[in-house]
Design a protein around this ligand. Sequence first.
Ligand code: PEP
Ligand code: MG
Length: 551
Amino acid sequence: MNYRGLGVGLGIVVGPVRRMFTVVPEPADEVSALSLKDERVRAREALETVAVELESRARQAGGDAADVLAAQAMMARDPDVWDDIEALLVQRKTAEWAVSQAFSAFVGMLKSLGGTQAERAADLVDVSRRTVAIIMDVPYGEIPECDEPYVLVAEDLAPADTAMLDLSCVLALVTSGGSPTAHTAILARAKGLVAVVSAAGVLDIPDGEIVVVDAAEGTIECAPDADRIAEVRERMSHEDDEGDLSDGQLSDGTAIPLLANVGSLGNVQNALAKGAEGVGLLRTEFLFFEEDVAPSVEEQTARYREILVALDGRKAVARTLDAGADKPLAFLPLGKEDNPALGVRGIRTVHKHEQLLRDQLESLSAAGSAVPSDLWVMAPMVADATEAEWFASMAREAGIRTVGVMIEVPSCAVVADQVFDAVDFVSIGTNDLTQYALAADRQNGEVAAYQDAWHPAVLRLIRMVGDAATASKKPLSVCGEAASDPLLAVILVGLGVTSLSMVPNALREVRSTLAKYSLEEARVLAAIALDARSAADARSRVRDALPRSPR
Ligand code: PEP
Ligand code: MG
């Protein structure tokens, strides 16, 4: 039996399954036999042990993982949670019951908020389970011993565990729960770990069964035959090769610059080590997620400047703050909306807070003039040419020389010819463009199957933008996840895209796949995909038409 989920990254591995169960017995609602003082000590000590353990993991893990783990440690010390525990303890409840009840109230609240807040609920559940396990003295979610490298299968791994996974033991991570935007998947992606999440039923695969995990396909194949195992092992043996770090180009020599999507200075350094030719998407909101008050012009200038210095004159495409919907910013209160993905997000937030945009543009401009750099600036979620003109005039007024917009809203793709008249370049955000074209909330796992940029409707929208780019002779990039799918990257180029920006871990495979096709071949494959009836049909028609398989 084979299973299907949502792949994180592009790798493929073969190996035996080891399952990890992360369930702690439910504490009973009974009157405590201990004194109130003793129950307080049990709860306090367990919470503190969990906080200290998570902090120590944060120090060892570093990077993005450190922030997630440190945030979890803070949850264990949250005074509001403690007040709720205390209120239950004084009613003579046991420490384990009080802890599990207090946390589950907060978990319920986060889940009711939906979106990313709901995904953070998993982090809180983990803190609760860890604490209860200590109080009840039961084992909790231990990563299996490593006698040979294995595929770890779990219900959903806690960020704390994902961060600590030993990559010499764990070949891949497969979870029955989770989603590609939850922290576990984000950390797996940052570690370059092959992962498939939200794969229902995988906990039924017995320990020891050999499986092939293909993140690009989002599949788990059970009991593969000897030929398939040999083929996957051959591909795995090339995974650690330094690889070719040359600039992106097609087989006919057409240059397709390969850039990186980044959200921190550390990401930039990693991207350059993987051969990125620059940054095609700097998610500036990621730099200021933690801030409660809007960062000053000086503070912003310093942050942008250090990134430009690291890029040493290479291209840097900064996106202005993309707040709202799945990316709330504490210093930009937007109020509750019934449909936040269709509400005030991206550029729409700064229509009400124009000074915020002006300050950001001034900071970017100051950073760009302070050091030798090639700074381009674009706005997210632009709906049409009028909005593009509004942004462009403000950006130019601030001294930005190369101004663009992201095309993520279908209306903007349809009038792309008008949009190109207003700006110097365009970058397509295929994550949002797909969500809006297919009317499928990208935060909602129930409709995740619609979130597929191979869909011919999405490709036809991209073709409209590609035709407008060609007619205007202006650059067109793709910076959504579609750019990191090697074969789809070829199709995008065939539709008129002139550069691609992606997670750094995808650069190598995209580079080597592009090098196999000429521009003419890419156009032929794109035409085949445009005629397909569905995303799956587009993939299979294109694969059938390949002169030789890139996979
Ligand atoms: C996109 O929508 O494709 C994109 C790159 O923006 P984000 O994922 O940050 O919304
Ligand atoms: Mg977007």
